[in-house]
Unconditional design. Structure first.
Length: 357
């Protein structure tokens, strides 16, 4: 049997690279990574996969429809796993245009490239088994109250430019399935964490600031709640959904690990104090700062559909996953130190700037 060939857009980013490593190292698939290599992408993230000879990187912009059509046609994949996206809420607040272009126009471009390729396949097994997985976020559902969970049928109610752009892309994917019968599946995940996470996000930012003795900013009173999912568990789920998910369906992926932001920061402090003690407890570095505009209060995923239909289950709980994550950052300073010096040094993002569009 021919080895499975997969295109992964955004494959040099955080979640994308975890998926690439899973596909290449654990499933022995052949993977073509399409990535624009913006600030959040890193070639080092996929070096273990490239070393096998079964992974190649194509540096290209998914908004370039002609290029995407040519690449998809030439590479003739069995699956397209579409993860390329601008994904940081704070950056979407200060500069929404990039989010509209990449997340909406870029998704349209990939859908059309996939449709042109798939439509041209001869009838038979290859055409019948082709899949396009559109990877999205739980933020499209808006904010939960104290009770309840996000289900696949939860109405969309996005709050930020980021989540609005992802909601639009989700609707495009579903429309291409209903209108053109393109074999599409959609996934919506909760907050990811783990190795190779760009240090603008909460968990890596707090780990690195704490290691350097800098203040640990917590928005508002720290009561905002997220459901945390270890990135390698997410990668396994995505591969499973792409292969076995029902066409036209949505699958929510969550870790069942709800924590307030303050609890997350405190847990990181305690874990670092345990394995790399400092002169004073790192909880003393916590500083409450002005809240993010439009900050959703609570996200929580019900992953029952994924668990019961496809048999997926998270391997890591929050404590075990965070322990692995903290240790990875301690062991991989050569990965994050250059980023802190030249790409992002930990400054506050997401402040309203009317000059940026």
């Amino acid at each position: 049997m021919d080895r499975k060939k997969v295109i992964v857009t955004g494959g040099a980013g955080f979640i994308g690279s975890a998926l690439v490593r899973h596909l290449v190292l654990e499933q022995e698939a052949e993977v073509v990574v399409i990535d624009k290599m913006t600030y959040a992408a890193n070639r080092a993230n996929i070096l273990p996969a490239e070393a096998t000879g079964r992974c190649q990187l194509i540096i290209a912009d998914i908004c370039d429809q002609a290029a995407m059509r040519e690449i998809v046609s030439r590479e003739a994949p069995h699956q397209i796993l579409h993860l390329a996206a601008e994904s940081h809420v704070d950056r979407s607040i200060s500069g929404p245009r990039d989010f509209i272009e990449t997340n909406v126009i870029g998704t349209y471009s990939m859908l059309e490239a996939a449709r042109a390729f798939w439509s041209g396949l001869p009838a038979g097994n290859t055409k019948d088994t082709f899949r396009f997985l559109h990877v999205s976020t739980d933020e499209v559902y808006g904010s939960l109250g104290a009770d309840g969970l996000f289900h696949e049928t939860t109405p969309y109610d996005p709050s930020s430019p980021y989540s609005s752009s992802k909601a639009a892309s989700d609707h495009l994917a579903k429309a291409w399935f209903r209108t053109y019968n393109l074999p599409i599946v959609v996934s919506n995940c909760s907050n990811n964490y783990g190795p190779y996470h760009f240090p603008e996000k909460l968990i890596p930012l707090v780990i690195l600031n704490a290691l350097e003795g800098k203040t640990l900013p917590v928005y508002g009173d720290g009561s905002n709640i997220r459901d945390w999912l270890y990135v390698e568990d997410h990668a396994r789920a995505l591969s499973l959904i792409a292969t076995q998910g029902r066409l036209g369906e949505t699958y929510n992926v969550g870790g069942r690990n709800e924590r307030t932001n303050l609890q997350v920061v405190q847990t990181i402090c305690d874990e670092l104090d345990r394995i790399a003690p400092a002169e004073a407890p790192r909880r003393e570095l916590i500083e409450f700062v002005k809240d993010r505009p439009g900050h959703d209060h609570r996200y929580a995923i019900d992953a029952t559909k994924l668990e019961t239909e496809l048999g997926w289950k998270a391997h890591e709980n929050f404590e075990t996953g965070l322990r692995k994550t903290v240790q990875w950052y301690l062991d991989n300073q050569e990965w994050w130190a250059p980023l802190r010096k030249s790409v992002y040094g930990g400054e506050r993002l997401g402040l309203n700037d009317p000059q940026k569009v």
